[in-house]
Write a protein that binds this ligand. Structure first.
Ligand SMILES: [Zn+2]
Length: 217
């Protein structure tokens, strides 16, 4: 092989099949409106992370009734199968207001309770109220949590410099710098853009779900 055939730069794609962009979502609090979003995602082949407060889950042993409020613990394993269940603390406090022992208890107890429900190691998290600081991160390093989502936004959110302070691309109803669908198209049209398009929010805020959805090959 002559020198001219040697590539000057080897690019290793982040994602399987050389895909430039991975789309994922992160929804908080474990509410009954998660059901319709999970159903749609399952039909469309999309994956999401659902961040649950184990102390907020109902414990009646029967699926929650009503059109709002938290789901029952008995629904967790079946409802979120194929998606990720992650920690959102037991009681949803702002962790920056707690001392280290309280932070550890909120995280470890939630992690244990969720693992009992889903039957696999729970390693992800989203900060309740988006509140975190260096002290919180230092406690998390002792709890087996490998990443935690913030409520900060960045078009370059992947790979994160600090996985325990992981920004998403945008909130689902963010208009900064533009609505989410335009945001995706703009990034997709940048031919050398590669990253994760990472949307977070609450399923109770999801108003209109299209009946079908085509994912670009
Ligand atoms: Zn929350």
């Amino acid at each position: 092989m002559s020198d001219s055939k040697i590539p000057s730069r080897v690019e290793i794609p982040f994602f399987p099949f050389g895909k430039r962009i991975a789309v994922t979502t992160s929804f908080d609090d474990g509410v009954v409106q998660d059901r319709r979003v999970v159903k749609a995602f399952n039909e469309w082949g999309l994956k999401g992370t659902f961040n649950l407060n184990s102390g907020g889950l109902l414990r009646t042993g029967k699926p929650a009734t009503g059109s709002s409020g938290r789901i029952d613990a008995c629904e967790v394993a079946d409802l979120y199968r194929g998606h990720e269940v992650a920690v959102h603390t037991v009681t949803h406090p702002s962790l920056t207001r707690l001392d280290p022992a309280q932070i550890a208890m909120e995280v470890i107890e939630d992690r244990k309770a969720l693992e009992d429900l889903v039957g696999y190691p729970v390693r992800g998290m989203a900060y309740p109220n988006g509140a975190y600081d260096e002290n919180v991160i230092n406690v998390l390093r002792q709890t087996g949590i490998v990443y935690s989502r913030t409520v900060e936004n960045s078009p370059r959110c992947f790979p994160p410099a600090e996985p325990l302070a992981w920004a998403s691309t945008a909130h689902m109803y963010s208009n900064n710098p533009c609505p989410v669908n335009e945001n995706f198209e703009n990034l997709y049209n940048i031919k050398n853009y590669s990253g994760v398009f990472y949307i977070w929010g609450h399923t109770w805020g999801v108003k209109n779900l299209p009946s079908s959805f085509k994912i670009n090959p």
